[in-house]
Design a protein around this ligand. Structure first.
Ligand code: UDP
Ligand code: MG
Length: 307
């Protein structure tokens, strides 16, 4: 059992792997602890896997898991967590946006007795204005909608105790939102702050679609508020319809020529139609996640590994 396992998902990171490995080993050697590096190749289409093979042959502390295809960042992290042997586990990105040098401080805090130490972004460079404002809004929205406390402005970069890892392994959900799950688990949690640099090489593997998917997984996994909103809205609309009914009946009795009101009719029909569609969509989001869990397929498929 090593002191520390470092879990790193890899998706087209050929430009980062050599530097990452150099900086990581330099830092870890300096810390005088035993460690293992676990790389999960999440269906890269570049030379990432070749580079990982190279590292593994020259360094026995390098472990790799090669997925059969791209399963996504959260699943890759989960696969790594399924196999860590460290007393403590660090999760970090491969693109050096999570600086390896921060491991010293993370480990220190961990040694002070915190089971979870996450790195909070004080600032972030090289991110589009749109992405920054979208995440800003999203995390605050999620914080208000969920009953558990998910720390603001943090990604998955953190150190966690093996007790937390064991709990994560026991959580059966197929839709992974690790930062939410870790908040749910509890224990003593604290944070350190850092300025997030730009990606060192290559391009982001998080397309807009993947990012939206992650956001939806976070909301549906940790909040029922959207469903409640639908219910409340339904109640309000029903109440309004009731009042309208009284008005319509009254008009019918008191007036003789009643063929007017095409506009109001159309507006009502279109509006209610739209609201209903949204409501069904929200229910569908939850339903599809229930479906994923019920299907109970394996979370990922491994082609090859040196464990
Ligand atoms: N990643 C992954 N699978 C994916 C997308 C990303 O394993 O489908 C990895 C990627 O290699 C990196 C980490 O997840 O180590 C974070 O991804 P990225 O830097 O592209 O996201 P961003 O920092 O732009 O949000
Ligand atoms: Mg990145």
């Amino acid at each position: 059992m090593a002191d520390l396992s470092v879990v790193i998902p890899i998706y087209n990171e050929e430009g980062n792997i050599p530097v990452l490995y150099e900086r990581l080993t330099a830092v870890l050697e300096g810390m005088h602890i035993t460690y293992q590096l676990i790389f999960i190749n999440d269906g890269s289409r570049d030379r990432s896997m070749e580079l990982l093979h190279g590292l593994a042959t020259k360094d026995a502390r390098v472990k790799y898991i090669d997925f059969s295809r791209n399963f996504g960042h959260q699943v890759a992290l989960s696969a790594g967590l399924d196999r860590t042997q460290g007393e403590a586990v660090v999760m970090m990105d491969a693109d050096l946006q999570d600086p390896p040098e921060l491991l010293v401080e993370l480990y220190q805090k961990y040694k002070e007795g915190y089971e979870v130490v996450y790195a909070r972004r004080r600032s972030r460079q090289g991110e589009t204005y749109f992405k920054k404002s979208a995440t800003l809004v999203f995390y605050r929205l999620l914080a208000r909608m969920s009953s558990i406390e998910i720390p603001l402005d943090t990604g998955d970069f953190r150190i966690i105790d093996h007790k937390v890892v064991e709990m994560l392994r026991r959580m059966p959900e197929k839709i992974k939102y690790l930062r939410g799950q870790i908040s749910w688990i509890g224990f003593r949690q604290t944070s350190i702050e850092y300025d997030r640099p730009e990606r060192y090489a290559g391009e982001t593997g998080y397309s807009f679609r993947k990012l939206m998917g992650l956001a939806l997984d976070g909301i549906t996994g940790f909040s029922d508020v959207p469903l409640k909103i639908v219910t409340y809205f339904g109640l309000i609309v029903t109440g309004f319809a009731f009042i309208m009914t009284i008005y319509v009946l009254y008009s019918w009795f008191s007036q003789s020529d009643l063929v007017q009101g095409w506009s109001s009719l159309m507006i009502t029909v279109l509006f209610i139609g739209g609201v209903q569609m949204i409501a069904i969509g929200i229910i569908g989001e939850y339903l599809s996640r229930i479906h994923s869990n019920v299907r109970n397929r394996p979370l990922y498929v491994i082609r090859d590994s040196n464990f």
